[in-house]
Design a protein around this ligand. Structure first.
Ligand code: KG4
Ligand code: ZN
Length: 343
């Protein structure tokens, strides 16, 4: 089965073609247009600018994905596109393009929840992953832990009370003048540190609810930068900046993985999936590998190109989800809820 996957929920405009085989998805092409230069000067995604840019990019991105796969659109068996959640002006572009293309060629159209996309990104590396799986989805907008009994279901276990972990990376990079998007820049800077700066204090929750909080890290970082004149402009070559990045990365990796052993025991999990942009982080990947080994969990962390938003993960989810019976009636939904797990 040949599937075109489209994704434009935030600032990545992406299309990919996969072939779904008996042994899992095979990537035939993956095209992604970044908007980093457009949003960089603002230090974050400007929704209206992103939406306008997607409109300019989408046709070229789809044409290039088909060209690289060596296919005419008429040969596709399915077209899948992200329906939500995300920025609605952005979502609309690839969702409408997908519906239109499906209608033109009479191809089944599959609306995909963005988080099913991030989960299915793990199928490229680990198509035979054992379930139940703990699924940590961690990006610029999400820091959520789910338990999953298959590739198309997610039941929430815990989430952040405030910021997503990616936000802490992006805001730190902004405060330190490292650039945008922050995650990869903080990661690179942290890897150059000879030693970490003093640890950040983990948040404590009085009500005992299982959750995370990352907003305090932004304040902690702001106070430390303010305490050392010139640090905000010192740049990635400065050992103090490198040490701070390392402490931030150590804290985020540690906090994210801390609840995993208890949830693994409670859910009887056999595997651990980590996906979303922050799953590219080198320290998190390293620590997760050690933890999974210790707990006897099979690990499904996608390759970095599948962790950040991309069309291939949407195609991979679209291979397993049902096509819509009335695709032209569907609309993009900024707050699309996850469907309730069946059974
Ligand atoms: O999944 P994604 O592409 O888009 C959202 O759905 O948000 O994730 C983007 C986020 C950004 O916050 C970016 O800074 C972060 O992923 N990120 C990283 C790394 N690469 C991307 N964070 C930490 N370390 C990285 N290497
Ligand atoms: Zn995402």
């Amino acid at each position: 089965m040949l599937i075109l996957g489209l994704e434009s929920s935030c600032d990545d405009c992406s299309a990919a073609v996969i072939e779904e085989t008996a042994t899992g998805p095979k990537l035939l092409s993956l095209v992604r247009k970044s908007q980093d230069d457009l949003h960089g000067p603002f230090g974050g995604v400007v929704p209206e600018l992103a939406a306008r840019e997607h409109l300019l990019q989408i046709h070229g991105v789809i044409a290039e994905a088909l060209r690289q796969a060596g296919l005419e659109a008429s040969r596709l068996d399915r077209i899948a596109a992200t329906q939500g959640p995300g920025l609605v002006g952005c979502l609309l572009t690839s969702f409408s393009a997908g519906k239109a293309l499906a209608w033109r060629y009479g191809i089944p159209f599959v609306p995909v929840h963005h988080l099913f996309g991030h989960l299915n990104a793990a199928r490229f590396e680990a198509p035979a992953l054992p379930f139940p799986a703990l699924v940590l989805l961690v990006s610029g907008g999400h820091t959520h832990l789910y338990v999953s009994t298959g590739w198309t279901n997610l039941t929430l276990l815990q989430k952040t009370r405030d910021d997503a972990a990616g936000e802490a990376f992006d805001k730190t990079a902004r405060m330190l003048g490292l650039g945008y998007p922050g995650g990869p820049l903080v990661d690179a800077c942290a890897r150059r540190a000879a030693a970490p700066a003093p640890k950040f204090t983990p948040p404590k929750f009085r009500d005992g609810t299982a959750s995370w909080s990352f907003s305090g890290l932004k304040t902690g970082m702001k106070l430390r930068i303010a305490a050392e004149p010139g640090l905000g402009e010192a740049g990635a070559e400065d050992p103090r900046v490198q040490a701070l990045c390392r402490s931030l990365q150590d804290a985020i990796s540690k906090w994210l993985l801390e609840p995993i052993p208890a949830w693994a025991e409670r859910t009887g999990a056999k595997s651990l999936v980590i996906s979303g942009g922050v799953a590219c982080n080198s320290k998190l990947r390293e620590e997760a590998t050690i933890l999974a080994g210790r707990l006897g969990l099979e690990l499904g962390i996608p390759a970095p190109k599948f962790c950040t938003d991309n069309g291939a993960m949407i195609a991979a989810a679209g291979a397993l989800l049902p096509p819509s019976e009335l695709p032209l009636e569907l609309n993009a939904d900024a707050d699309l809820p996850l469907p309730l797990p069946m059974g």
